[in-house]
Design a binder for this molecule. Structure first.
Ligand SMILES: [Ca+2]
Ligand SMILES: [Ca+2]
Length: 378
């Protein structure tokens, strides 16, 4: 082989090598392009699929973003993959609300009030050793100024809560769903949940449309109010709406009627057939469990707010905390319990007083737990 032939062969070899390298480069380039393309076009809807698992705790605080309201789902397994935005739907009307004007009112109880509450307990209670400390968290009595606000005249009903659920679903918050729809009746005190899923919609059980919703958590109450363009009342707002400015014991006045006037739904003679803690002997309000909201106009508060004593106990926005100036120590004060007010159909006179305080963990959906909403005046 001549030197010239060797040179030609080396040239051909180099050319073949260069072509080979080019082809390898092209193949790798295509693979990268394909990979990037596949990544870029991975359908974003996967994040929005309604079969994904709930991975975030829904917040009901409007974010102000343009995120659309999730499509309503009638099932109890509705899945949330984005933060719900609770635009008021429908816009509320203050025609169903009572106006509480700005000004001061008397909040809390005196030592004498607590002594009287203890007497009531001893008269109404069964299987319960009445103690002064039950009521000491109401002390001291103070004068509080509040701005004007509107408050729902009625407790929120099963029918109203169904409209909310059919739009927003029964979401999980605080580790539990807003409504404990599977709650069964309690053999001692409570009825089960009166909302069911039927034909793909949340519906009240027949005959319970205008009864107050029960088995709702604090989160579920708060979410409803914000969906409705309102908010939960503070504890002070609730007490002022219940007792007005004269420091009265009950919404209708200072004494429980002895003439049979029906002023609210409490643990009455209808409740005697089940085990009770307190019971107003000789009183008949006609209901063993919940009554339709607004059944007792004679029990209205000075502002015309109904069922502020009894029927269902009502969630307030506040944590259970010591009043300013209180010397009462309670391990439950803090950020574990939210306030509930007004007593319910399972409580008697000491617990339905306008100043009586009760509390529950916000994720608990009790059989007598309901609520109503407020809006600020401006
Ligand atoms: Ca009753
Ligand atoms: Ca009530």
């Amino acid at each position: 082989m001549t030197k010239q032939q060797i040179t030609i062969l080396i040239g051909l070899g180099a050319a073949v090598f260069l072509v080979f390298c080019g082809l390898v480069s092209l193949v790798l380039s295509d693979q990268m392009t394909l990979g990037q393309s596949a990544e870029a076009t991975r359908p974003a809807v996967v994040l929005a699929t309604r079969t994904a698992t709930l991975t975030n705790t829904p917040t009901v605080t409007p974010t102000g973003t343009a995120t659309p309201i999730p499509t309503p789902s009638p099932t109890n397994t509705r899945v949330v993959t984005n933060t719900p935005v609770l635009t008021p739907t429908p816009a509320f009307s203050v025609s169903d609300m009572a106006y509480v004007p700005p000004g001061t009112f008397t909040m809390g109880s005196t030592e004498a009030d607590v002594a009287r509450a203890l007497d009531l307990c001893n008269e109404d209670a069964s299987d319960l050793d009445c103690e002064r400390y039950f009521y000491e968290d109401e002390i001291p009595q103070r004068t509080i100024y509040l701005r004007g606000f509107y408050i729902d005249r009625h407790e929120v009903t099963n029918a109203e809560y169904c409209r909310f659920l059919n739009e927003m679903g029964n979401q999980e918050e605080g580790g539990t769903q807003w409504l404990d729809i599977a709650a069964a009746g309690d053999v001692w005190y409570y009825e089960g949940c009166k909302i069911i899923v039927s034909e793909g919609q949340y519906r009240p059980r027949k005959g319970y449309e205008d009864h107050p919703v029960t088995h709702v958590t604090w989160y579920g109450a708060k979410a409803y109010c914000e969906w409705a363009g309102k908010r939960l009342p503070t504890e002070a707002e609730w007490e002022k709406a219940a007792r007005g400015t004269d420091g009265r014991i009950y919404p209708w006045g200072n004494t429980f009627p002895q003439d049979g006037t029906k002023v609210g739904n409490f643990a009455d003679e209808n409740h005697r057939t089940v085990q009770f803690i307190e019971l107003i002997k000789g009183y008949d309000d006609g209901y063993r469990y919940t009554a339709p909201v607004g059944t007792y106009p004679a029990g209205a508060s000075p502002y015309g707010v109904l069922d502020m004593a009894g029927n269902v106990s009502e969630w307030c926005d506040d944590w259970y905390a010591a009043y300013q100036g209180s010397t009462f120590g309670n391990a439950d004060f803090g950020t574990t319990y939210r306030i509930r007010r007004g007593g319910s159909y399972v409580w008697g006179r000491p617990s339905i007083r306008t100043s009586a305080r009760s509390r529950e963990r916000p994720e608990v959906a009790g059989g007598d737990s309901g609520f109503r909403c407020v809006v600020s005046e401006d």
